[in-house]
Design a protein around this ligand. Structure first.
Ligand SMILES: Cc1cc2nc3c(=O)[nH]c(=O)nc-3n(C[C@H](O)[C@H](O)[C@H](O)COP(=O)(O)OP(=O)(O)OC[C@H]3O[C@@H](n4cnc5c(N)ncnc54)[C@H](O)[C@@H]3O)c2cc1C
Ligand SMILES: Cc1cc2nc3c(=O)[nH]c(=O)nc-3n(C[C@H](O)[C@H](O)[C@H](O)COP(=O)(O)O)c2cc1C
Ligand code: FES
Length: 569
């Protein structure tokens, strides 16, 4: 359903009121919500209805992430796609004379339409609202203008009663009501459940949603009446729920505000004895030998560079088309085009070295164990190379590459052979096209690998629907880009826990946030691949954003976050 934004007003530093014009006939109860489609984001965002008058819909939202940030930037005249009339709301018939409405933070908006409906039905309304500080208060006056008695509580005592909503409801003004309705954070609802008569109340719950209309079971909670979907069976439930509801098992987040920042954050990281000035390493095949990028920015801002995959002998690679687009990514079938080990290590690496002082990683591919060994020996003998990255995961060549990376025995055999022939640290670059990445990673570690890089590309394919032919001449190719990021995070998370050698995370990284997430999964350094192809400044931008992001998250040292997603459990 199309709605047109008619106004957008900032109510507090982070809370906005948006009015829209459209067909509001699907709403029949206060406490229902809409699901908003935000351009560029996959899932819709659920927001409660704050008010409805004819075809005017009012929403009040707090900026907490990408979706609400985008909403705050929207302007009147813009069209939005909404699913309307969602959920089961508050039942005003359960209140006979006087209602207590208790709301905290962004739980306040749906209570406004509820108050208006109750007052229109001739009932008295008392409202208790909770906020952190005086600056965060919104809508208290709107409730007063409706004729409701309003008591506000602030955690810091800067306005109204000092404390929580539960303190506000104890004030004399709020006493005397026959039914209560509440919406707000779970701790607030639980506290109200302990304080008030649960037989005479309704609470509005919040859960992460997939669809918002009952189809995916993503929002199910345990209730005394069995499993219930917050979006369809709720979000408003009988307050008896509060007697048993303990939360949905979601771990309590470690809030950034609990941490303390001490000066400028450190972004350096360690890799097999090398100190990288930051964890950023352009991934092999997406950065050439560095020269194309050296014209755009100073490469010395990068922690390391993994150069184009090199084979013993020169290779033209596969026939074209070699590239296909995918939603949020791409498929390539370049097929290891490179000028061969001799030219790479006698010419390309010294050229790169003349302008770059960070960690140079030689990415090596082969078609037999002997070839891997010979090419790695040449990389080992090249002064400019610091680390050798053995690619046993290229999906674009026959009889080599991925064939070694999809078998624990063969991956271990390559590792053992290379390790016995070279002195420099050896990373093995693993393929995601396997069912058990951990066993392959462990086999490489046992065979002597000094580190692991994961992931290479996933095997993918596109078909041109006009011709019925594969888009890529080689039919299949390596799928990369933001779409593969969750697969990479999962594999880094699994592998980094199972081995004691460092892991370089790779796959879909395109922002400073992705770098932090990848390191939290267990990566000691992070490779950025396809992002360099769609924005040549990608690594530069990430290197600038990373310290600012660490500051925002109050992370003093990036090394502290390596593997925190599993270390704290
Ligand atoms: C029934 C219902 C009514 C809501 N009403 C309001 C309202 O009136 N005003 C308001 O400010 N907020 C409301 N919320 C919370 C609001 O949906 C989230 O703040 C919003 O989806 C965050 O999106 P984001 O992209 O800014 O944040 P991100 O964190 O980037 O979102 C990532 C994903 O998590 C989901 N998500 C994040 N936080 C929440 C949350 N608290 N609840 C549910 N999903 C979440 C997002 O929808 C998205 O799918 C309501 C939530 C529900 C379930
Ligand atoms: C065009 C292209 C060429 C690639 N060539 C190589 C290569 O030569 N050696 C290698 O190990 N990986 C190669 N890769 C894989 C990337 O290094 C990286 O592992 C993969 O693309 C996932 O990261 P991303 O999603 O950030 O791109 C290539 C990827 C692309 C897109
Ligand atoms: S969000 Fe899909 S069932 Fe509730």
């Amino acid at each position: 359903m199309k709605f047109e934004i008619t106004s957008i007003t900032r109510l507090t530093e982070t809370v906005y009121e948006m009015t829209l014009r459209g067909d509001c006939s699907a709403f029949n109860m206060p406490g229902q919500f809409v699901e908003i489609s935000i351009p560029g984001l996959y899932l819709r965002r659920p927001i409660s209805v704050c008010d409805i008058e004819g075809n005017k819909l009012t929403l009040v939202f707090k900026v907490v992430g990408k979706g609400t940030e985008a909403m705050a930037e929207m302007a009147p005249g813009m069209e939005l796609e909404l699913l309307t009339g969602l959920g089961k709301g508050f039942d005003t018939s359960r209140c006979k004379e006087t209602a207590l409405l208790a709301g905290g933070g962004v739980g306040v908006p749906p209570l406004y339409l509820l108050a208006r409906k109750l007052i229109a039905e001739g009932k008295k309304v008392k409202v208790a609202l909770g906020f952190n500080t005086a600056e965060e208060i919104f809508y208290a006056e709107n409730f007063r203008r409706l004729g409701a008695a309003v008591e506000v509580a602030t955690v810091d005592g800067s306005a109204g009663v000092k404390g929580f909503v539960t303190d506000a409801i104890r004030t004399p003004e709020i006493q005397g009501y026959d039914f209560w309705y509440a919406c707000g954070p779970l701790p607030m609802l639980s506290a109200l459940g302990r304080e008030l008569d649960c037989e005479k109340g309704e609470v509005s719950m919040e859960e992460r949603m997939g669809c918002g209309f009952g189809a995916c079971m993503g929002c199910t909670i345990e209730t005394p009446w069995g499993p219930k979907r917050v979006c369809k069976d709720g979000p408003v439930f009988d307050a008896i729920l509060m007697k048993t509801f303990k939360g949905n098992g979601t771990p309590a987040p470690t809030l950034a505000r609990d941490r303390k920042l001490e000066g400028e954050p450190s972004v350096t990281t360690d890799l097999c004895g090398f100190t990288l000035k930051n964890p950023l390493v352009p991934a092999s095949g997406t950065f050439g030998f560095g020269q194309e990028f050296a014209d755009i920015y100073d490469l010395n801002i990068l922690g390391g560079i993994s150069i184009k995959g090199t084979t013993l002998h020169p290779r033209f690679g596969n026939i074209t088309p070699r590239i296909a687009e995918t939603p949020d990514g791409m498929i390539n079938s370049v097929g290891l085009q490179n000028p061969g080990a001799e030219i790479v290590y006698s010419h390309e690496v010294p050229e790169l070295r003349s302008i770059y002082s960070g960690c140079v990683i030689a990415n090596v591919s082969g078609f037999s164990i002997e070839e891997y060994v010979e090419a790695c020996k040449m990389a080992d003998a090249c002064d400019g190379v610091d680390i050798i990255e053995v690619n046993v995961s290229c999906p674009n060549v026959h009889n080599g590459g991925m064939a070694f990376g999809t078998s624990a025995e063969l991956a271990a055999e390559v590792t053992r052979a290379v390790k016995s022939a070279v002195k420099k640290p050896v990373f093995i670059k693993l393929s995601p096209n396997v069912t058990d990445i951990v066993s392959i990673a462990k086999a490489c570690e046992e065979a002597g690998a000094d580190g692991l890089t994961l992931i290479n590309t996933l095997l993918g394919m596109r078909i041109n629907i006009n011709t019925g032919s594969p888009v890529i001449a080689n039919r299949m190719g390596g799928f990369s880009g933001p779409a593969v990021f969750p697969v990479a995070v999962r594999m880094v998370y699994q592998v980094s826990q199972a081995v004691s050698i460092p892991v370089m995370g790779c796959g879909g990284v395109s922002s400073a946030e992705d770098v932090v997430e990848m390191m939290m999964a267990g990566a000691s350094a992070v490779q950025v691949g396809s992002a360099n192809l769609v924005d040549p400044l990608a690594c530069k931008k990430i290197s600038e954003e990373l310290p600012l992001l660490l500051k925002k998250l109050k992370i003093n040292n990036i090394k502290d976050i390596i593997g925190i997603s599993w270390r704290k459990m």
